[in-house]
Design a protein around this ligand. Sequence first.
Ligand code: PLP
Length: 487
Amino acid sequence: MPEHTYERVAFFSGEKIPLEMHKARMVQRVHLRPVGERLAVLTSTGNNTFLLPNRDVFLDMLTDSGVNAMSEAQYAAMLLADDSYAGSETYYRLEKTVRGFFGLPYFLPAHQGRACENILATAYVKPGDYMVTNYHFTTTKAHVTRLGGLVYECVSDAASETESTDPFKGNYEMAKLESFVDRTGTEKIAFVRIEAGTNLIGGQPVSLENMREVSAFCRRKGLRLVFDASLLADNLYFIKTREKSCMKRPLDEIVLEMCSLMDIIYFSGRKLGCARGGGLALAHEKDYRKLRDFVPLFEGFLTYGGMSVREMEAMNVGIQETLDIDVISQTPLFVEALGEELQAKGIPVVTPFGGLGCHLDAMRFIPHVPQEQYPAGALGSAVYLTSGCRGMERGTMSEQRNPDGSEHLSTVELLRLAVPKRVFTLSQLKFVADRLGWLYEHRDLIGGLEFEDEPETLRFFLGRLRPVGDWQQRLADAFRKDMPSGL
Ligand SMILES: Cc1ncc(COP(=O)(O)O)c(C=O)c1O
């Protein structure tokens, strides 16, 4: 492991600038289309940033999932992959790493995070059962409700405050958990879930102290505790830098303690490990045997679980690199740098800054757009129009409708501008901040969206929307006035 520079190197000028401990040796050409073309693309792709072709996107800030820049060691490992259906050396290498990293004895591979959720829900959720969680994730909830299950959230009240100083907004409110379990009874609870780096509330972490409390409660009550470790890298960085008792502890020790509190851990290898894949680590043989049978059924044979062996090799190295503070600090420090640029322009962003990306608070950015018109989605289309950058709606559009068909209004309406690891430069982030500054000054022009094609499941992925009125044309005209090249 290289020697760390984190917190040991500072600018003599006193400027707070995140210093990259890597250099780029392969790059990808990107394109910035003029605003007229951006409007045409937006219209033809139903105002859904998931449907934009990458060739029309300048900075792809949709997600970090599967698009973090890999290290040279990851690429090198891919060449060593052992391609066999059963018993590949690659699998055994990955199994050893997963066991060592999480400290749990059993491992099951799966093709990505939601595949693990499918296996978990299929194994444990019966109609009327609950998954209790700090906060839901889109695919997690969809798998539970698809089987007739229900989701109950116990996240602290701070989660809904987009402007806050609470360092661990992803924490469980223990009183909520305890009273829910008392009311409902343990037999109706399929499992309790902790999501690291809570995605939908702005990449907000859970403290180790809170994990200990939840685990102790679950053990007392005999409840199965599941840990979604997809966003573990960011969460680990925040534990190390925000939780006093952990500041001097080595990263591997923190991870091992955290994981020793859990019964089952699953992860998206598109996030944790900076590759493309996933898997489950399990503490108990009983759970392992129950879940194991679903792997050949849904994923593939037990020694590849739907992943290419090359990706498994990359994930193997990527997981080990999670224990390097210079690697895991990169996204949070860049998120902070972008967040501070935006704050200086008065733009409402989620604080404290979290992991994953910078999150714009759409309800404060465009308070005149009602939640029924998807303010975070509308802001996403306005951001693309004025910058060529795409973010992801994390609000009401990402929710499922209530069983009676009414809208389930989200607690928060966020536009996430993801900052995948090692992908963007500071000047690119400054460009985003500059265009957002222009947009904020013209925010009165932004209107809402309405569905023209609304899928029943996970509608935010493939749904198509249209603007309410002609606000996008007016926004594009105003932009061209100030930036005659349209760029
Ligand atoms: C917290 C969390 N859980 C689960 C998933 C699903 O993982 P995947 O996209 O690999 O299916 C994601 C993906 O973004 C996630 O952020």
